[in-house]
Ligand binder design. Structure first.
Ligand code: MG
Length: 414
């Protein structure tokens, strides 16, 4: 099998409501690039990456000269063809590498008639558990969907638990003052005494605020505190002052950082992201290192449609030391571009795809519909808050959103 073409299509798929985070928001939709790698036998492998538009599509098409003629089964060589670490000083292609790796694994699986997890050592589970990923949300255009108060956080979690069966809840914070978010977290703990919890302010807090928050949740059913503050040194300071495990998806995202964390621990749990690490296979390797050093592992979500979700499910299927439920933004989406409609949750998790390759196919009508929606709406500034024009956070942040500020937000047609 040889690669003959590489294609990219930007799509935007609506969310139920804008999702708030420490730097800004997802302005009511995700923008993603669908990557298709075609082989000389007519098979097409699927990949996906975050963001989109002309520059992203050109970056994907720019890989044609590297990939045409390459055997997609030679997955390991991709790392050196596309993202040699010495060349990456000038040209960081980690996310492109990930999208191409997904597509090449998909091609291999389709060619051999086996699911990707069979190419990765075989599954140790058929069903991957997920956390309910709770966000503070602005109102949608129709006025629905706001999550701002502790009561709304609990109601949102209850609705998701009833619909999907979640027994783990993750609250994305770093939006409101830490003490206010502590109140929301405690409300969740009180409402769901049998469930497990985690909080993730995306590194926005000072080490001191992080230590105070950790003290405030001691004794609750905490999985971990995720990236309370920025950087390995800040996280190490927090970790030395709490019994709650510290997790990261920000400062251990490659093998150099993983080695640094083994030599001088800053975090207890490594959240593996198939995009940030450059593919599914590097995540499997990293999980092996974590197994050796008895670090916790979970599957991270950087905002996905069904192709990327499939990569997360295949990863979750093959990692024996998956010690925590996975994360997904997926249940905030209103639709997907995969055939047969969106993946469905069952008992708080999703079944691992069993079909050849990643086990998902494109619904061409949906791709066309959401590519057109992208042409209509364009991108949005992920690191800007539509409710606070001109604001950007310091690190650590000292200027939080006002929890009393309710009402609609102007998305400016976006
Ligand atoms: Mg995180």
């Amino acid at each position: 099998m040889k690669i003959v073409d590489v294609r990219a299509t930007t799509v935007t798929v609506p969310l139920q409501a804008p999702l708030r985070h420490s730097n800004g928001a997802h302005w009511g939709r995700f923008v993603r690039t669908i990557v298709e790698v075609e082989a000389d036998n007519g098979l097409v492998g699927l990949g996906e990456m975050g963001g989109g538009g002309q520059s992203a599509e050109e970056a994907v098409r720019g890989l044609r000269d590297y990939l045409v003629g390459h055997d997609p089964a030679r997955t390991e060589t991709l790392r050196f063809m596309l993202a040699n670490p010495t060349a990456s000083l000038y040209n960081n292609r980690t996310q492109l590498l990930a999208a191409v790796e997904f597509a090449c694994l998909d091609l291999q699986g389709r060619h051999l008639g086996v699911p990707v997890h069979d190419l990765l050592g075989g599954r140790v589970r058929d069903h991957v558990e997920f956390a309910s990923y709770l966000f503070f949300r602005y109102q949608a255009a129709d006025g629905s969907g706001e999550v701002r108060t502790p009561e709304q956080v609990v109601a949102h979690a209850r609705e998701l638990k009833e619909r999907h069966g979640f027994t783990v809840h993750k609250l994305k914070g770093g939006v409101f003052p830490p003490d206010y978010e502590l109140e929301c977290y405690r409300a969740l703990a009180e409402a769901f005494p049998g469930d497990r919890l985690r909080h993730d302010p995306n590194g926005a807090w000072s080490p001191e605020d992080s230590i105070r928050f950790a003290a405030g949740i001691e004794g609750l059913r905490n999985d971990y505190l995720e990236d309370p503050t920025w950087g390995m040194n800040g996280l190490r300071r927090v970790r030395e002052r709490t019994s709650i495990p510290i997790a990261t998806n920000t400062v251990v995202v490659n093998f150099e950082q993983l080695a640094a964390n083994v030599r001088d621990p800053a975090v207890d749990v490594v959240l593996l992201d198939t995009t940030f690490w450059g593919g599914i296979r590097p995540c499997v390797k990293a999980a092996g290192v974590c197994e050796t050093f008895q670090l916790g592992v979970a599957v991270h979500s950087s905002g996905e449609l069904g192709i990327q979700l499939a990569t997360m499910l295949h990863l979750g299927a093959v990692v024996p030391n998956l010690s925590f439920a996975a994360d997904a933004h997926y249940h905030h989406l209103t639709d997907d571009v995969i055939a047969g409609g969106p993946f469905r949750y069952r008992d708080g998790g999703i079944d691992v795809p069993a079909g050849p390759g990643l086990g998902v196919d494109l619904d061409r009508d949906k791709v066309a519909e959401y590519a057109e929606l992208y042409r209509e709406l364009g991108g949005y500034p992920y690191d800007r808050d539509p409710g606070r024009p001109g604001w950007y956070p310091l690190l650590p942040n000292t200027d939080w959103a006002d929890p009393a500020a309710a009402g609609p937000v102007d998305l400016g047609g976006r």
